[in-house]
Design a binder for this molecule. Structure first.
Ligand SMILES: *Cc1c(COP(=O)(O)O)cnc(C)c1O
Length: 456
């Protein structure tokens, strides 16, 4: 097809939007290893998972065989308010880079939460409501997940309690106020409202909190309160399933113009957006229909795929969640304090971990100054101010396009632009002031995290 015929933005009609999520596990020969009960070390049963998670979500979590899950009508109606998201041909970036590569990005930032997280938040809130629950609890670090969940809960009239890492609660007051505007109760963590919070405060008075500690508080609050369950914004297979709406729309839009990508790139924190973006393409690879180069991009300062171990580990620092087999730096791992680019989680989705282990995708790590350079370049050319997380994918896409410039190859590159960066202006400020530095952890730095791995 003539390049000129491909529009800047490829939209789908409402009738072309996906009616099902695709469960890539169904096509995997080597299934991801099961979640284990941390006490018995046996695979988690539905009954055990139901205490913490909504029943329907627990079923999705355990299902390795059903290829398609119908997206309930109520969720599709909500999706229609901000989806389909555009697949954008980055003509201006291509021109600026003077590359023969064709670059496309799937933009998920066009909703108030500013990221793809709303795709799963609305699904999780829907199943909680359908089960007749009163509310849900969760943790949030930087605040994107908490914001998405508050939006979803207010839509379904559910109570939403967010434990927000204390230093973020203080440093990101606007995120906090967005959540409160949507009706969520936001508690700085650690807090006096839970036993685990009181314990941590007694041991470490004045602590700034951590994600692991906020998870432990949120899980305690859910299990100790009648009619509440705990929900999580990444890592779990159910979240990856909901996020396949990204990949399915991308594939439908590309198919419309008979475009076949050579390369699919995404940033990887817990792995949900990348897993969702690549799932339909990976399905083709797994069924032997086609091949793609698939690249996960992570920060040098939190390198779970590129330097982690493939092992069973705790999903949270508080060690209350099930054990998952994944590429991990150990639940005790804490990224260097100068790290500003997000994607701080110590582990990786067990689905992506298995695919990576089987050689079906690649991973690379990038430094934060390289990431912010790419973010700035992208903002100046394509207009969108990207989230630092998303900018990891931008970095790799630009690098690949520049390689094409040298070799003359006309590769088609698709990357996931997961969100906008308006609440990350302190990080941008450090970059703009020339004060951002890189720190590559030494093996010595990674050792305490690996030492925290459970001996199984
Ligand atoms: C949370 C987040 C990510 C990383 O999470 P994944 O589960 O790895 O997708 C990436 N980009 C943005 C904008 C986010 O908010």
């Amino acid at each position: 097809m003539n390049t000129q015929e491909i529009p800047y933005k490829i939209y789908l009609e409402e009738s072309e939007m996906p009616a099902h999520w695709y469960n890539v596990r169904a096509d995997m020969e080597n299934k991801p290893a099961p979640l284990l009960n941390p006490e018995t070390l046996k695979p988690m049963t539905l009954e055990e998972l139901e205490h913490v998670f909504c029943t329907e979500l627990a079923k999705q979590e355990l299902d390795d065989t059903t290829p398609y899950f119908e997206i309930p009508q109520e969720i599709r109606e909500f999706y229609r308010m901000y989806r389909p998201s555009p697949l954008v041909r980055a003509y201006c970036l291509e021109k600026k880079l003077d590359t023969p590569a064709k670059i496309y990005y799937k933009f998920e930032g066009n909703n108030t939460s500013g990221s793809h997280k709303l795709n799963s938040a609305i699904a999780q809130a829907y199943y909680a409501k359908k089960q007749g629950l009163k509310g849900v609890t969760t943790e949030t670090g930087a605040g994107q997940w908490g914001t998405a969940l508050s939006m979803a809960c207010s839509y379904f009239d559910l109570d939403c309690r967010v434990y927000m890492v204390k230093c973020s609660y203080e440093q990101k007051p606007f995120r906090r106020e967005v959540m409160r505007t949507y009706g969520a109760a936001v508690t700085p963590s650690p807090s006096e409202t839970t036993e685990v919070g009181k314990k941590i405060l007694a041991e470490h008075p004045g602590t700034a909190g951590s994600l692991g500690c906020a998870i432990s508080e949120a899980v305690e609050a859910a299990t100790a309160t009648e009619g509440y369950r705990y929900v999580l914004g990444s890592v779990l297979s159910q979240v990856l399933l909901h996020q396949t709406v990204i990949g399915l729309e991308t594939k439908a839009a590309l198919d419309k113009y008979e475009i076949v990508p050579d390369m699919i790139i995404g940033c990887a924190g817990g792995g949900s957006n990348l897993g969702g973006l690549i799932s339909p393409f990976m399905g083709e690879v797994l069924r032997g229909e086609r091949n793609y180069q698939i690249i996960a991009v992570e920060p040098v300062s939190c390198p779970s795929l590129t330097r982690g171990k493939y092992a069973y580990d705790f999903c949270d620092t508080g060690r209350v969640c099930p054990l998952a087999k994944m590429y991990t730096l150990g639940s005790g791992f804490i990224p260097s304090p100068n790290h500003a680019g997000g994607l701080r989680y110590h582990g990786m989705s067990s689905v992506l971990s298995q695919l990576y282990h089987d050689g079906l995708m690649e991973a690379r790590s990038v430094t934060q100054t390289e990431v912010f350079q790419a973010a700035q370049q992208f903002a100046r050319i394509e207009g969108i101010l990207p989230a630092p997380e998303s900018s990891h994918a931008i970095r790799a896409a630009i690098d690949e396009a520049l390689k094409c410039k040298e070799t003359g190859e006309e590769k088609t590159i698709v990357f996931g632009l997961t969100g906008t960066g308006y609440f990350d202006m302190y990080a941008y400020q450090r970059f703009n002031d020339g004060e951002m530095t890189d720190y590559v952890p030494t093996d010595e730095d990674l050792k305490p995290g690996f030492d925290s791995l459970p001996a199984l």
